[in-house]
Design a protein. Structure first.
Ligand code: 7RM
Length: 631
């Protein structure tokens, strides 16, 4: 088991050691896991290709480390504690022993249905235990999982299945989310009309809805489980074999299939989980993310299970049946560590404080935040009303691509500073880079955030497009991984992430490419061109402001707006719907045809006093028109 850091002095000495001798540092931690064969070389790398290999030659199966190795000591301990959407339905406690059996059984179902090592298996499921079990079952047989968030549309699902050429889809008849039910099976059916690689679709019964099962393709999970036993040998995998693909938005219309590998991801997720949350053996830990995002992968499933923790999985939403639900669950399961997103905090902060004060939150020891910069008001509310000024808040900065938490306080060990992610974890070497690509040394400086040395859980490639991986992350600043985030380092060397510096916006902690949303809007037959920008939004952090040029003769009214929203829902999903749509006759473009988003952002923010230099615009008069029509 990985040992956790116990004092600030120890943090400092571990950090120094991790920089002076990274290979020795990580090899020591990697030693604590179960390997079927020891690795030959701890690290080989260059950021030019890029090529990054950790624990090369090592053989293992990550599920043996999540499950089998815990059986002796904590077989009867709860591994997954599942809280349903409907508070009147019973919670489910799954012990490590039961989880081990259910994963093995599910793995046998995959094998019976043609699943094997190296296959890509797509998961499009609600937040039920079977989703976590399915993820681990893929890893058990050496298949690569690709989880698609169940809020994505049929088109988005089909694109992801086709990009990775998945041969199996795991889905469910539907899911419960708050007062809504979502018919996942019918969305999946629509997607599969355009997915020729899919041989089998295995369907979980969750909501008992009417579904059509396609002969030869669709099978019920419960029927398949009845055919197999609960023993399944773990496939021997290479440390550098892929573990999963997870799609994330970039600055083009095409989402990127971020690829992580087994060995390094395993070592880093347990290391970061234990240290950031200071997990203790009998703690109950709850991360409210969805497994469809990286936070769910690393800090609901892998990190906690590797650490032998009790990890809570919640099916519902923060405001159902009312705005006290999170706190009711904290009281009910005596949660010790609670990890959520600023957008959820802000939404609950806007509700009556009675929803908080009704519940006993005294079990809480650690609070966490992830997904976007946390504003000081939300930080203070979280600290005062949830933590009762008595729980460290770990503001954890990281990305889908980094696999694990990179910059964050270690709860109760390292200093806090509101709105600052503070200090890098041991093994992480951040730096700030100026416009000329030079590293900015010293403190009290700003720049673009890069990482200058490999860490075990970093992405290895983008599925099927290594060149895009090189271009996006390793070509902007030679010899460095570029995060896409802007950052400040204060006078004490503490980091504050200020937000994206590329064409990516962050809405309620969900990453969205401006091009992706624009492409969807442009699918409306009367839209000639569109441009979207983010603007400050009280709850979501950033809202989406869309500027649309319409065909002449098309009514520019609320009905058209509704049609555009429906298009976006159809092509991406409801999370990408613009909050505001302004119809315009032109967009501010440079002579080379590039949209000046800076100007559109200012107008969307309601700050038109100083739009900066507009002299390079092709037609400066359009700016006046847009200003007048601003919403
Ligand atoms: C884990 C996750 C990554 C982007 C990242 C940032 C932003 C995430 C914080 C944050 C400020 C934080 N993965 N971000 N955490 N910004 N403080 N603590 O969110 O791939 O979906 O998004 O999110 O811009 O680059 S992600």
């Amino acid at each position: 088991m990985i040992q956790k850091i116990n004092s600030f002095e120890e943090y400092q000495s571990e950090y120094a050691k991790s920089v002076a001798n990274p290979e020795e540092f990580w090899a020591e931690h990697a030693q604590t896991f179960q390997w079927k064969k020891q690795w030959d070389k701890t690290l080989e790398w260059n950021f030019e290709e890029p090529k990054i290999e950790w624990f090369k030659g090592g053989k293992l199966n990550i599920t043996e480390n999540c499950l089998d190795r815990h059986l002796e000591e904590r077989g009867d301990k709860t591994a997954i504690l599942w809280e349903p959407n409907d508070p009147s339905e019973s919670a489910i406690h799954i012990t490590y022993k039961e989880l081990h059996e259910r994963v093995c059984q599910f793995a046998n179902v995959l094998k019976n249905n043609g699943g094997k090592k190296g296959d890509r298996i797509c998961l499009y499921m609600p937040m039920v235990p079977e989703l976590a079990i399915a993820v681990l079952a893929c890893a058990r047989i050496g298949a690569i999982h690709s989880v698609v968030f169940a809020g994505f549309s049929a088109k988005a699902l089909a694109d992801r299945i086709n990009d990775a050429k998945c041969n199996i889809l795991l889905t469910s008849d539907g899911g419960f989310r708050g007062a809504k039910t979502i018919n996942l099976k019918s969305i999946a059916d629509e997607a599969l009309e355009n997915c020729s690689s899919i041989q089998k679709s295995i369907v979980l019964k969750r909501i008992n809805s009417e579904v059509t099962m396609k002969e030869g393709r669709d099978v019920w999970l419960h029927d398949e489980l009845a055919k197999v036993d609960v023993n399944c040998k773990a496939e021997e995998m290479d440390a550098e074999d892929p573990l999963f693909i997870l799609y994330t938005s970039g600055s083009t219309g095409q989402p990127k299939g971020v690829q992580h590998t087994i060995g390094g991801y395993m070592v880093y997720t347990e290391y970061s989980f234990r240290n950031v949350f200071q997990y203790e053996e009998n703690d109950v830990y709850w991360c409210t993310a969805d497994i469809g995002w990286v936070t769910g992968h690393s800090y609901i499933v892998y990190g906690p299970l590797l650490a032998g923790a009790t990890t809570v999985m919640f099916e519902g939403v923060p405001t159902y049946p009312d705005a006290g639900r999170f706190w009711e669950v904290v009281e009910k399961h005596k949660i010790n560590a609670f990890y959520t997103a600023p957008t959820a905090i802000r939404a609950l902060q806007a509700c009556d404080i009675g929803f908080v004060n009704k519940y006993d939150l005294s079990s809480l020891k650690v609070l966490g935040s992830v997904g976007e910069p946390i504003n000081v008001e939300a930080w203070e509310w979280y600290n005062k009303h949830i933590g009762k000024n008595n729980c460290p808040i770990v503001d954890t900065w990281w990305q889908t691509e980094t696999g694990g938490i990179m910059i964050s306080p270690l709860a109760g060990i390292t200093p806090l500073k509101p709105t600052y992610a503070t200090l890098p974890l041991p093994g992480i070497q951040p730096c700030l880079v100026d416009a000329d690509g030079n590293e900015t040394e010293g403190n009290d400086v700003v720049g673009n955030l890069c990482i200058k040395f490999p860490w075990p859980s970093m992405l290895r490639t983008l599925w099927g497009d290594h060149e895009r991986c090189r271009q996006t992350y390793f070509a902007t600043y030679s010899g460095k991984y570029f995060t896409g985030d802007g950052c400040k380092r204060d006078e004490n060397g503490m980091y504050r992430i200020t937000g994206r510096v590329d064409d990516v916006i962050n809405v309620s902690g969900h990453r969205m490419g401006t091009a992706e949303v624009e492409n969807a809007i442009n699918e409306h037959e009367a839209v000639i061109e569109s441009a979207i920008v983010g603007y400050p939004h009280d709850i979501k952090g950033q809202g989406i402001y869309a500027y649309c040029i319409m065909e002449t003769g098309k009514a520019v009214d609320d009905k058209t707006r509704t049609e555009i929203l429906a298009k976006v829902t159809d092509i991406i999903g409801p999370i990408a719907k613009p909050d505001k749509i302004q119809f315009v006759s032109g967009l501010p473009k440079t002579r080379s045809g590039k949209i000046m988003r800076r100007i559109l952002r200012k107008i969307a923010e309601g700050d038109t006093s100083n739009l900066g230099d507009t002299s390079t615009l092709l037609d400066p008069s359009v700016v006046e028109e847009i200003k007048i029509g601003a919403l």
